[in-house]
Design a protein around this ligand. Structure first.
Ligand code: HEC
Ligand code: HEC
Length: 214
């Protein structure tokens, strides 16, 4: 029994090392990257334009990418993103990792010229990335636990409008907003780890719907 215990410990320790090796950046290829490569323009042309922007329009904005960089590295490290596409090449992953290590500079020679954080706007490209993807889509997607109501695209809101939205004038009393603000059983569910929407998020969502889901 004692020896079995010992083997288990060794196994788990070596597994830990293995995952570290798999996800940690390859230091040699990072230090080989020229510093000039580490700027947002190059991140866009080398990675984002081709593999991310079609779904994450917000990543055209420097601050959106900078703010998400840890999540991005986790998602590309585990090949969960880009969704439904070939994984990024190692050079692309290492470029993103090196960019983070360098402090996510906007320009190669000027780390301080940082444009300001974009406001939450009543546009799909903004509400999707700031509200719907982080707070709804893990469950509400075609393979999730709430697959009966896909919320991962603008089209799916539109297709479900009769069910979610009574009419575009009386949005505050629509089913969608009722469900989100329900005092007893709101969405995201209280039992989940997802945070409820704050007032600003709710009012922006209402405005987005009033404008006809632009
Ligand atoms: C085909 C569409 C599509 C592409 C391409 C795509 N994504 Fe995503 N991404 C999504 C969807 C939908 C979600 C939310 C679904 C989920 O949580 O599983 C998501 C979630 C994420 C998240 C998690 C957000 C959070 O708040 O947890 C990150 C980070 C991310 N994507 C980064 C990227 C990056 C970086 C790329 C490009 C290398 C990329 N994605 C390409 C559709 C896409
Ligand atoms: C942790 C998973 C999870 C998250 C996150 C989540 N939902 Fe749900 N949602 C569910 C499940 C499960 C149901 C069905 C059971 C129920 O009604 O409680 C549901 C039901 C719904 C319904 C239909 C309710 C009905 O009675 O027909 C709507 C509308 C909805 N969710 C919207 C949202 C919106 C909008 C978000 C994000 C702001 C969200 N959900 C986040 C799991 C989730």
């Amino acid at each position: 029994m004692k020896s079995l215990f010992f083997i288990l410990i060794i196994l788990s320790v070596s597994c830990g090392n293995y995952t570290d090796l798999k996800t940690e950046p390859d230091q040699t290829s990072i230090s080989a990257l020229p510093l000039e490569a580490l700027n947002f323009e190059n991140i866009k042309t080398s990675v984002l334009n081709e593999s991310c922007l079609q779904c994450h329009k917000a990543y055209e904005n420097y601050n959106a990418v900078k703010g998400d960089i840890d999540k991005i590295l986790a998602q590309i490290g585990s090949d969960q993103m880009p969704l439904n596409m070939a994984p990024l090449k190692d050079e692309q992953k290492n470029l993103l990792r090196a960019w983070k290590l360098a402090g996510t500079p906007f320009d190669s020679d000027d780390t301080d010229s940082t444009p300001t954080e974009p406001e939450l706007e009543p546009l799909w490209e903004s509400v999707s990335v700031k509200i719907i993807f982080p707070k709804c889509v893990s469950c509400h997607n075609p393979n999730g636990q709430a697959s009966f109501l896909d919320l991962s695209t603008r089209q799916s809101f539109f297709d479900n409008r009769d069910y979610l939205l009574n009419n575009f004038e009386d949005v505050e009393n629509s089913y969608l907003i009722e469900v989100i603000t329900d005092p007893d059983e709101p969405m995201p569910p209280k039992w989940s780890s997802f945070e409820q929407l704050n007032e600003k998020e709710i009012s922006t969502l209402i405005e987005w719907i009033q404008k006809g889901l632009p």
